[in-house]
Design a protein around this ligand. Sequence first.
Ligand SMILES: C[S@@+](CC[C@H](N)C(=O)[O-])C[C@H]1O[C@@H](n2cnc3c(N)ncnc32)[C@H](O)[C@@H]1O
Length: 473
Amino acid sequence: MINNSFRKYLVRIILYKVLYLYNNMTEFICQNCSKKFIHKSSYTKHLNRKFPCVKNTSPVNINTIIKKKKSSPKSKSNTNLLRFMDLFCGIGGFHSAFDKLPISTQCVMACDIDKRCGILYKKNYNIDIEHDITKLDPNSLADTDIICGGFPCQPFSNAGKKKMMSDDRGLLFDEIIRLAMVKQPKFMFLENVKHIRKVGNGEVFQYILDTLDKNGYIVQTFTISPHEYGIPQQRERVYFVCVRKDIYNNKEIVLPEKTDYHNINLEEFLENPEEIDNKYFINGDILKSLEVWDEMIQHFDIDEKISPTIMINEAYNNHTPEDFENYAGWRKDYITKNKPLIEKYQPQFDSWYQKHQDILTRREIYGKLEWQVGPIKPNDSIFNYFIQLRQSGIRVKKPHYFPTLVAINQTPIYGKEKRYITPRECARLQSFPENFILDEDDNKSYKQFGNSVNVDNVYMVIYTTLKHYNMVE
Ligand SMILES: C[S@@+](CC[C@H](N)C(=O)[O-])C[C@H]1O[C@@H](n2cnc3c(N)ncnc32)[C@H](O)[C@@H]1O
C-alpha cells in the first residue's frame, strides 16, 4: 500500500516531468517570418539560406520605411532628388531598380491599367497609381528627370500574335512620347522584347528610333539577359537608353562585361525543399505523362539526337497515304522527320505506345516531346532538366538557367524536385527584393513576374547611364 504522502510526492514528480517535457517540445520559430519548425536541422537550414527572410512587415511598416527614404510624390522639386515617372509600371520592376540607386529618388507618378498591379504597387511602394495612360494630361502631372517604361509587348513578342502596328497596344509607345514632349525628361529608359528588332522586317524598331530622334533624344540600345549577369534566367530584352540631345555627351555608354552563366549557382535561388508547399509539386496526369516519356528516354542510345519534336500520336494515327497528302505542310514535315527515330526503335516504341496510349492521347501536349537539351547523355532523364508545358508540347530545357518567365500559364517545372517554381523564386529570378510583398493569388503572381522586368538588369542599365553622366557615385 502506498501511503498518502508518498502518493503526493509521486504526483508532484509526474507533474514536474510533464511540465519539463512540454517546455522542451516547443517548436523552433523564426524571429523574422514566424515560420515554425519541429526539427532543429530544418530551422538552421532556414536561417542559413542565401536569401534569409526579412522581418514580417505589414504594409504599414513597409510604407513607413519607404516614406523615410522618399518624399511625397506631389512635393516640389529638390535638386538632390532624382525624379522618375514609372509608365506601364506593372508591379514596379523599374521602381525597385530606382530604389537601389545610391541617391535619393522619387516616383512622381506611376501608371498601369491593371488594377491588381495597382494594389500591389501601393502595398510595396506606397503610391496610388494612375490607370489608362491614354487618359493622362501631361500638363497636370509633376515634372520629372526620367521617364521609364516597359511598354506592352504582346503585339511584338514571339508569344503574342505578331500583329504589329495594327494592334492598338503597339501604339502605346506613342503615349510615352506624348508625355515626354511636355515633361522633357533628361533620360528615358524603355524596355521591350528582343524580337521587337525584327517585327515587320525591322519597321517597328526603326519607327521607335526615328520617333525618339525626331523628338529630341539620342538613343543607344542594349540587348541583355539576366543569365549573362549571374542570374539564372534566360530573358533577352532590348533596353532603349534615351538621352536628351542638349545634355548628350557624345560618348557611348558601356555596360559591364557579361559573365559566364556556367558559374551561376542556381540552387542559391531556390527555396528550401522542406519548406515548399505541397501544392507546387506536380502530380496526376502531368506527372504521369512526364514519367511515361522518361521511360522512353531510357531506351535511347547515348548520343542519340531527339530532334525535331516527337509527335508520337501522329506516328500511330494510321493515316492512309491520301490522308497524309491532305495534311498541312508542317504536319507532313514532322511525320517525315520523326520516321527514322521511330523506325530505329520500333519495337520499343510499339510496346511503349500500346502501354501508355491512354495518357499520351489525353491532351495533345502529352503526345509531343520537344527535347531541347542536345544528344542523349549517360543516365539521362527528363527530370534532370527544366520542363515547360507549352502548346507546342512538353519542352525540356537546359538545367543551367530557368527558361524565360512568361505571362501566360507556362510556369517552369524544376525537374529535379518534380515541382513548379514558386512565386517567391520567380521574384528572385526577376531580382525583386526579398521583402517584396507578393500577390496572394499565385496565378496572378506568376503572370506579374512574367510581365515584369529584371530589376538587376534594369538597375545596371540605369546606374551605368547615370554614372556616365556623373549623376551617381
Ligand atoms: C510589359 S508590362 C510592364 C511591366 C513592368 N515593367 C513591371 O516591371 O512589372 C506592360 C504593362 O502595360 C500595362 N498597360 C497596358 N495598356 C495600358 C494602358 N493603356 N495604360 C497603362 N498601362 C497599360 C499592362 O497592364 C502591363 O502591366
